[in-house]
Design a protein around this ligand. Structure first.
Ligand code: UGA
Ligand code: MN
Length: 319
């Protein structure tokens, strides 16, 4: 009796094992890499769903009908830090930005709300954005919310702190940091350019500084000055949208942050860059800084003159 049971058990055992293995294969996540990226976030990081399809499928150059190759393992991650604040056009700005970022392979969006808590609007938006992302928040102290004072200092610093914390225990993976304000316009070519940043790279910015564009002046592959119409005395006469920094440089300069004390609008970029690099060291991108790939667009203040004081519509709609 006992030996018959044993025989049956040993006949069934391989089949049970096969079924278990098959079930395991079926339930394994199809694209674990982007999910891991999000889940490894810091304490305030809010993991969002992995993007639809492989990261490589966002590359427009790939042929859609062939099997999609995995992205190169060493493709540096682009970390885009975006400060954002609540206003009527916020969701529209974020929608445009997400539509751009979705075309870029291996991009991690660090969205930092200027708020005391994460808002529902932004949380819902990010959850549906289909991008590896981290959702942070920090309010700008009221005394700094005045015209004439630099914006988004605390938010960019929160993004930097998250990046440093996330990479503190591991050897730095190849990565590039870029400050992407929520209202600018970014060409896809810009991301190809910045991805090869070794230390700090620079390029022209359109529609800024009271001119059609500002740009670093380049001679023999080196930055030698600035074409600008505004405060040419700035050590780095460049807008926030005009440079990228390698993750390695961010990690090896742990004290480099944006400062409130003594900082004026338009000087934040110089104050920050001074802490991590020199003009001689800058890497010119965009064909020796002769192509505009990013525009400092600003959205017109929206006209809500006819908005009723109290809610009149029969439904509540998020805008
Ligand atoms: C210019 C520069 O391009 C900015 O990088 C710089 O931060 C800013 O000046 C400054 O004065 O400090 P500008 O178009 O005038 O940009 O500034 P905004 O686009 O209004 O703000 C820059 C970023 O900060 C945006 O992403 C915006 O959403 C965010 N922001 C702005 C906040 O998070 N909180 C605010 O109260 C205002
Ligand atoms: Mn702006």
């Amino acid at each position: 009796m006992k030996s018959a049971l044993f025989t049956r058990f040993f006949i069934l055992l391989p089949w049970i094992l096969i079924v278990i293995i098959m079930l395991d294969v079926d339930t394994a996540p199809a694209h674990p890499a982007p999910l891991l990226l999000s889940l490894r976030g810091g304490p305030r990081a809010c993991p969002t769903p992995a993007p639809q399809g492989r990261p490589g499928s966002r590359d427009p150059k790939r042929n859609q009908s062939r099997p999609q190759p995995q992205p190169e393992p060493q493709l540096p991650t682009i970390y885009a830090i975006t400060p954002t604040y609540s206003r009527p056009v916020q969701k529209a700005e974020l929608t445009r930005l997400a539509n751009t970022f979705r075309q870029v392979a291996q991009l991690h969006w660090i969205l930092v709300e200027d708020a005391a808590a994460r808002s529902e609007l932004v949380s819902r938006f990010l959850a549906r954005a289909g991008l590896p992302s981290t959702h942070l928040h920090v309010p700008t102290p009221r005394r700094y919310k005045r015209p004439g004072l630099p914006r988004a200092t605390e938010q960019r610093n929160a993004g930097l702190a998250w990046l440093r914390q996330r990479h503190q225990h591991q050897r730095a993976q190849p990565g590039v940091l870029f400050f992407a304000d929520d209202d600018n316009t970014y060409s896809l070519e810009l991301f190809q350019e910045m991805r090869t940043t070794r230390k700090v790279s620079v390029w022209p910015v359109g529609l800024v500084g009271g001119r059609r564009y500002e740009r670093p002046l380049v001679e023999n592959g080196k930055v030698v000055g600035w074409y600008t119409g505004w405060r040419a005395d700035r050590p780095f006469a460049i807008d926030m949208a005009g440079f990228a920094v390698s993750l390695q440089v961010i990690l090896s300069n742990p004290k480099a942050v944006f400062k409130r004390r003594g900082s004026q609008p338009g000087m934040q970029e110089s104050d920050f860059l001074k802490q991590i690099t020199t003009v001689e060291e800058l890497e010119p991108k965009a064909n020796n800084c002769t192509k505009v790939l990013v525009w400092h667009t600003r959205t017109e203040k929206v006209n809500l003159a006819n908005e009723p004081k109290y809610h009149l519509d029969t439904v509540k709609i998020e805008v």
